[in-house]
Design a protein around this ligand. Structure first.
Ligand code: ADP
Ligand code: MG
Ligand code: ZN
Length: 476
């Protein structure tokens, strides 16, 4: 039997506010445990929550950026469950009347564009963090994260492959970063993804029973977990077994998903409107001012990069896929107004170094003026383009300027025709057969001569000049 996967994602993003969603405690990551807490976020009796206006503004920005319809009135609800990281015994979330609904995000996979529906975006508070001791049978709890503002972005079950799911996840993260409302730090858990997946026979319109893969904080995990889950569910269906609706975890060490618990239904949570919080009414003029203040978003930037810089769509997409990359590109083009050349450099050497730097969390720092100097050295023929790659790497590693590096490493291209001519003469004398071939009309032999010269000068000869010299010496 041939199956098709059906995937929907629930993505949680921590908002970059200075204080928590319902109290004034700081949200700084990494503070000593339980130092950023108060009676409100610890759920002491008699304390009252007050909504953080900035958190609401950030949530609205995301809703506008994903073309959601904003509900004029939304309601906070209590989601009741017991877990040691949840001091109140309930999480303040939104249920029946969320902040925003019916949005979408366009993704590109294999050169084709696809629209993924966004069911809803709602606001809620984060829970605390449990730390399980490796040495003793005890666990610790840190409530610093309790009450950090989150938005949950729930997609329609519109994705059909792990690639689509990852592209959608990346696209949302990118928008959060463009909007500067989330730090995007996946390792610290600032963005987490629950992936829902089911299979159905190709051609069937009803969905199958889904499994929910909880709390993944990397694109790779999402891809691997979904790929694993497709295999697991297919094997069960092929064996005539039923899929159990459940919550599973991705076990990165074992490379498999494991069952965590049976999936609870919404009614298990006993949702009800939180009587301590008034309904959220969105002032129209405030909303309009937020809309007017939205920055340029990736989709608009892709268009602009094509129009303003004459770049192919592919280049524009790669360059806008991360905010800092596009910014770097524009700063460099300001200094060195040859967009396609700069773009080519970005697609290759720059992107590779940039990714390495991102992975190591030391942002790539290359001064646009110095990069412009490097490009100009190649344009003037002072160094070869091959040599320029090494110079770039050295610039990244040492922060030195390209001219200093070229001098120190002796990479100056030899453009002194006298010096090259002497070497060319020796090469000609040493290869009478090739000379005869050339004179007999085999012009391809020129490549051989130039190659020899490059070899003898360790790549420092200016190839164009070398060509001219051989043409002249061989009497052509
Ligand atoms: P639940 O109540 O189990 O959380 P929801 O209806 O809220 O289910 O959906 C949660 C997520 O699961 C959404 O992103 C939705 O698109 C996705 N989803 C719903 N049904 C399926 C299905 N049969 N297969 C895959 N994903 C699904
Ligand atoms: Mg759900
Ligand atoms: Zn607090």
């Amino acid at each position: 039997m041939e199956y098709e996967a059906v995937i929907g994602l629930e993505i949680h993003a921590e908002l970059l506010t200075a204080s928590k969603i319902f109290c004034g405690c700081a949200t700084t990551f990494g503070a000593p445990p339980n130092t950023q807490v108060c009676e409100v976020c610890l759920g002491m009796p008699g304390s009252l929550p007050v909504l953080n206006r900035r958190a609401l503004e950030y949530a609205l920005k995301m809703a506008l950026a994903t073309d959601c319809r904003i509900n004029g009135e939304s309601v906070f609800a209590r989601k009741n469950y017991f877990y040691p990281d949840l001091p109140k015994g309930y999480q303040i979330s939104q249920y029946e009347l969320p902040l925003a609904e019916h949005g979408h995000l366009d993704i590109r996979v294999n050169g084709a564009s696809k629209r993924i529906g966004i069911t809803r975006i709602h606001m809620e508070e984060d829970a605390g963090k449990l730390i399980h001791s490796e040495h003793r049978p005890v666990s610790f709890v840190d409530f610093n994260r309790t009450g950090v503002p989150l938005i949950e972005i729930v997609s329609e079950p519109d994705m059909r492959t792990p690639e689509e799911a990852v592209e959608y996840f990346k696209g949302l993260r990118n928008i959060l970063l463009y909007l500067e409302i989330c730090d995007g730090n996946m390792e610290e858990g600032s963005i987490r993804c629950d992936a829902n997946i089911s299979l159905r026979p190709v051609g069937r319109s009803e969905f199958g029973t889904k499994a929910e893969l909880k709390n993944m904080n990397s694109f790779r995990f999402v891809r691997q977990a979904l790929e694993y889950e497709i295999k697991r569910q297919r094997a069960l269906l092929d064996a005539g077994k039923e899929i159990v609706q459940e919550t599973r975890l991705w076990d990165a060490a074992q490379n498999q998903t494991i069952s965590m618990r049976g999936k609870e239904e919404a009614h298990d949570y006993r949702y009800f409107p939180d009587p301590d919080l008034v309904p959220v009414k969105i002032d129209e003029s405030w909303l309009e001012s937020i809309r007017a203040g939205l920055p340029e978003l990736p989709s608009a930037k892709i268009q602009r990069f094509q129009e303003q810089y004459g770049l192919p769509e592919y280049d524009a997409e790669v360059l806008t896929a991360e905010k800092t990359l596009g910014n770097d590109f524009e700063r460099i083009v300001d200094e060195y107004p040859h967009p396609k050349k700069v773009s080519n450099f970005f697609m290759g050497d720059y992107l590779r170094e940039w990714k390495k730097a991102e992975a190591e969390k030391v942002p790539l720092k290359v001064d646009p003026k110095r990069l412009s100097m490097l490009f100009t050295l190649v344009d003037k023929g002072a160094i070869s383009s091959t040599a320029s790659k090494g110079v770039f790497l050295e610039m990244v590693a040492t922060g030195k300027d390209p001219e200093t590096i070229v001098k120190e490493k002796g990479l100056m291209q030899i453009s002194d025709s006298g010096a090259l001519e002497a070497v060319a003469q020796e090469i000609i004398e040493a290869h009478p057969k090739e000379v005869a071939d050339f004179k007999a009309g085999k012009t391809k032999v020129m490549g051989f001569f130039v190659g020899q010269l490059m070899r003898q000068t360790k790549g420092q000869a200016n190839p164009q000049l070398a060509n001219e010299i051989f043409q002249r010496l061989l009497g052509k």
